[in-house]
Design a protein around this ligand. Structure first.
Ligand SMILES: [Fe+2]
Length: 482
């Protein structure tokens, strides 16, 4: 059943990508629907959250169809509010059937949009796509990221959802989100999306306004959302790394409880800022602090994989515990997933052995010049690696397989740049937390979080930074940027 569903989804996707007008908006009258998304909200087998925007206030509805038959028994809760000059519409749908291919029609005034998604069927198989930053301000740059997502679905049509690891736009303005929608509404209406907040999306609640996420357990929603869900035999925690500059103590408690409340075979964290990177942003205390704060929770709760963005390059660590390389069974693998978009970074070589030990890096690709790091070699330049990056992850029982690819800007040729397979026994994770896990921002948490960050910054980050200051200044003199 599942294979045939994917076949149908693939066919629909291919047709839609080939004939963009087949699925998408058909504007008539003065209402045009845009910024369409279907996201995970709660149970991936039975619910979804939908968002769309209209320029004027209007009645809206969403109709769902399972294999062409109108769904009568799902529950839909609507929310509508003015947002920055437009009208935001959200629909929270529950009561869906597991393992089902749904199509939907959103109606607003004379306009309508069609889309498709599939619910989790509850087995221990899940396939998904992960991509990093687009961080664009103009349509051309958004379209670079859009083409990378389309290429990812070409390579991996069995994907049940795609995750974006934050930094959708550069300044989170109305104009930029319109351009994002222009580029991404097509693919967003053809699959389920898992959004992660980036620091560039944190402007005054924009991220929460763009996606109909489950905010029940979110520490706050002003600068992003943290949430979690199960898909297949994987438990996913989506972390907001804007919370108290990097991560608040409240969110660390939430993550610890969340990871201890699941017996899923696999535990995956999706977030924006990266604790390990060779790019320009790792040198600041917010990202580095994650090596101590978030990594300790991942060590403690046996997280298998952390995927992040922020520095626009690809990097995979060896399995780590306490920031040291360990056997796969005892460690967490960190993937800096590469940028989808056109803004890309070079390696900052002074990072090595100053901000973390060089031996933790398994492989890395600098996206600005294709420089390649493997086996301690930093001099292997490969121009064909230059382009947008996407990652595919396939989890089947006790096997997790990750593959990473670059899409050449000029030729659109797809080249695999990395591969990782993890094999582990199933049934080993136990539930050790069963209480309510609603951790909210408070003055006390703000104070203790700032104290934790300040202690780290003064005690660990400042000495590292001072050690690398001469190299930083040389870099600045050379390129005008750190
Ligand atoms: Fe970022």
């Amino acid at each position: 059943m599942k294979k045939s569903m994917f076949k149908v989804l693939s066919i629909v996707l291919c047709f839609a990508l080939l004939f963009g007008s087949a699925i998408g908006t058909s504007a008539e009258g003065n209402v045009e629907i845009s910024r369409v998304s279907c996201v995970i909200n709660g149970d991936a087998a039975t619910s979804r959250g939908f968002t769309w925007y209209t320029p004027v206030e209007t009645d809206c509805s969403i109709e769902l169809y399972a294999y062409g038959i109108k769904v009568a028994d799902a529950t839909v809760e609507y929310e509508c509010a003015e947002w920055e000059g437009n009208f935001m519409h959200k629909a929270y749908v529950t009561g869906l059937t597991a393992g089902t291919l749904y199509t939907y029609t959103i109606k607003a005034g004379d306009d309508s949009v069609n889309g498709v998604f599939t619910t989790d069927n509850g087995d221990d198989i899940v396939n998904f796509i992960v991509g990093g930053d687009v961080q664009a301000s103009n349509l051309e740059a958004f379209q670079v990221g859009q083409k990378v997502v389309e290429k990812a679905y070409e390579v991996f049509p069995v994907a049940e959802f795609y995750a974006t690891l934050g930094d959708y736009t550069n300044d989170s303005t109305n104009e930029e989100w319109d351009l994002y929608a222009q580029a991404f509404d097509g693919v967003n209406s053809l699959t389920t999306h898992v959004p992660v907040t980036g620091n560039h999306d944190s402007n005054s609640g924009w991220f929460n306004a763009m996606f109909a996420l489950d905010t029940t357990e979110s520490v706050q929603t002003n600068n992003g959302v943290n949430y979690s869900f199960d898909y297949g035999n994987v438990h996913f925690a989506v972390v907001n790394t804007n919370d108290m500059i990097a991560i608040s103590n409240a969110q660390l408690t939430w993550l610890r409880n969340d990871m201890n409340s699941t017996d899923a075979d696999w535990k995956v964290v999706l977030m924006h800022k990266s604790p390990y990177s060779l790019g320009k942003d790792i040198k600041w205390p917010d990202a580095c602090y994650l090596q101590e704060s978030l990594a300790a929770v991942c060590d403690e709760t046996n997280v298998d994989l952390v995927m992040s963005g922020h520095d626009h390059m690809y990097l995979r660590t060896n399995p780590l515990n306490d920031n040291k390389v360990v056997d796969q069974a005892d460690g967490t693998t960190y993937i800096l997933a590469g940028a989808k978009g056109a803004k890309r970074y070079e390696f900052r070589k002074f990072i090595l052995d100053n901000y973390f030990s060089q031996d933790i890096i398994a492989t890395a690709v600098a996206q600005a010049n294709g420089e390649y790091f493997a086996d301690g070699n930093l001099d292997n330049l490969d121009e064909t690696n230059i382009g947008g990056i996407f990652n595919t992850v396939s989890v089947a029982g006790g096997v997790l397989a990750l593959k990473s690819y670059v899409v050449n800007d000029e030729t659109q040729e797809i080249k695999q740049i990395d591969e990782l397979t993890i094999v582990k026994p199933q049934g080993e994770n136990k539930v050790t937390f069963t209480g309510e896990n609603v951790q909210k921002s408070s003055i006390a948490d703000t104070m203790s979080s700032l104290m934790s960050l300040a202690t780290y910054t003064l005690g660990k980050w400042v000495p590292m930074f001072l050690k690398t200051l001469p190299a930083l200044l040389v870099e600045y003199a050379k390129s005008g940027t750190f």
